[in-house]
Design a protein around this ligand. Structure first.
Ligand SMILES: [Zn+2]
Length: 164
């Protein structure tokens, strides 16, 4: 289970315990998130989450599988680009070659970012997934400075609620 806490971003202060396991925190992990309010308005929220050494390692650690997916993604992206461009040229002829090259490049990048992004997290170590999902920035209201954070660890969330 997880618990959501509403805090003021400018007065946000975490206890000095690890957000995952509640042991004394020795590192802080920087989390960035973009909160969309409307299609044009958005805020960038940056928080520093306290973690013990072990969970800081876990959160930053990329498994061999994740790295491999990243590398394959690059080659796959280039392959998909050439293939899409070839199909486009075959179907519509050779005029506007540059536009077609751009369009197919964009399409293959988006497709591969989605595939590689989804695949990479499947290959992540369970410990890193646990640490990465310890806190989630749910929403932010800039006018009232209200920030909603979701904590996986309910005891941590309760301390947050009591101290802010
Ligand atoms: Zn920890």
């Amino acid at each position: 289970m997880s618990k959501t806490v509403k805090v003021k971003l400018s007065r946000l202060k975490f206890p000095s315990t690890c957000v995952v396991c509640m042991s004394p925190a020795s590192r802080s992990y920087e989390m960035l998130s973009t909160v969309r309010h409307t299609t044009r308005k958005r805020s960038y929220v940056k928080i520093h989450v306290p973690m013990c050494g072990q969970h800081f390692e876990a959160v930053s650690f990329k498994s061999t599988g994740e790295k491999l997916v990243g590398v394959l993604g690059i080659f796959g992206g280039i392959g998909a680009w050439i293939a899409t461009l070839a199909v486009l040229l075959w179907m519509t002829g050779q005029e506007n070659l540059l536009t077609k090259a751009f369009v197919s490049f964009g399409a293959s990048i988006v497709a591969w970012a989605l595939i590689a992004g989804g695949l990479a997290s499947r290959f992540a170590e369970p410990a890193s997934l646990e640490a990465r999902s310890a806190v989630r920035i749910l929403n932010y209201a800039p006018r009232d400075d209200d920030l909603w954070l979701e904590f996986h660890n309910e005891s941590f969330a309760e301390i947050m609620q009591r101290t802010t």
